[in-house]
Ligand binder design. Structure first.
Ligand code: GUN
Length: 295
């Protein structure tokens, strides 16, 4: 048996197309959704993310406002920019790229963003809305992961779900989304005892730990849906013998080949959850733009 691959690239493209279509319909009514992305410093990975976000925002027909600040920006200056964006009527969504330099407290900045423009869904008000079942903005990566699960297992009621990882960005909101869909949810983490045994209970297993290929094939229940949120860069063994081969490669938190032999459906890395994140950011920006205007 080999698991059904979940094609995040294609599903993300379809979502972006839906967002673009709705954005066109809004434009016809004089509404032009806008996303402001703030990058502090020169972190190379963050620069790539921010560039991709801006490009896809424009491609979806939305306005993109990029703010690049030097690495030595003070917290007060960043908070002043956030306040300006909160008050700017052209801005529907605000995203401050993480991580931030050491002199800035990320939580203070997150809490300064107007909750209704918080397209990352990181503000405690949005976390609270998610936890209490109120409408709000949901963090993009777990939202995208949930959409991928829906393509292969639309009815989750009563299923066992295990989320490995308890971050505010992925693990906790992912658990809330699965709970809202009537799963029996376990959040596992670095202190969890007998992690392989816990994982073997899961009809839906979400790995979001950032440890390359930690989840082995024999941790997986036969037929389970496996969602791999990890994006880890590791040395490419092929480069030892072949000078033309890439020095590194991307792997997830799940040992993909082993898992494929056991799981019912699985997301690859790359091309699984990754592409969904920016597509969901655009969907959140559209949602924020509509909600702010009572549409
Ligand atoms: N850095 C890595 N992922 C993210 C994300 O989803 N949002 C923000 N703001 N920063 C990130």
């Amino acid at each position: 048996m080999s698991a059904t691959p979940i094609d995040g690239k294609a599903i993300a493209a379809a979502l972006r197309a839906r967002v673009a279509e709705e954005t066109r319909a809004l434009a016809a009514r004089g509404v032009h959704p806008g996303l402001a992305v703030v990058l502090v410093g020169e972190d190379p990975a963050s620069r790539v993310y921010v560039r991709n976000k801006a490009a896809q925002t424009v491609e979806a027909g939305m306005r993109s406002f990029e703010h690049r600040l030097p690495a030595d920006t003070t917290q007060a200056d960043l908070l002043a920019l956030v306040a300006t964006l909160n008050a700017d009527d052209d801005v529907d969504g605000i995203l401050v790229q993480l991580p931030l330099p050491a002199q800035i407290d990320a939580q203070t900045v997150i809490e300064a963003i107007a909750p209704d423009k918080d397209v990352d869904g990181f503000h405690p008000v949005n976390a609270g809305r998610l936890a209490t079942g109120m409408p709000g903005l949901v963090p993009c990566t777990p939202l995208g992961a949930m959409m991928l699960i829906d393509t292969v297992r639309p009815d989750l009621s009563g299923l066992e779900a295990v989320v490995i990882g308890r971050s505010n960005i992925v693990g906790k909101p992912m658990a809330q989304l699965l709970l809202a869909r009537s799963c029996t949810v376990t959040i596992a983490h670095s202190r969890t005892r007998d992690l392989p045994d816990v994982c073997r209970r899961a009809d839906v297993l979400v790995a979001a730990v950032g440890r390359p290929e930690m989840v082995r094939g024999d941790w997986i229940k036969p037929g389970a849906v496996v969602i791999d949120v990890g994006i880890n860069r590791v040395p490419n063994p092929a480069a030892e013998h072949d000078p033309a081969a890439k020095k590194t490669r991307l792997v997830g938190d799940v040992a993909f080949a082993e898992a494929c032999a056991v799981a019912g459906a699985i997301t690859p890395v790359p091309g699984g959850v990754g592409p969904m994140t920016i597509a969901c950011l655009l969907a959140n920006t559209l949602q924020a733009a509509k909600a702010r205007r009572g549409i």
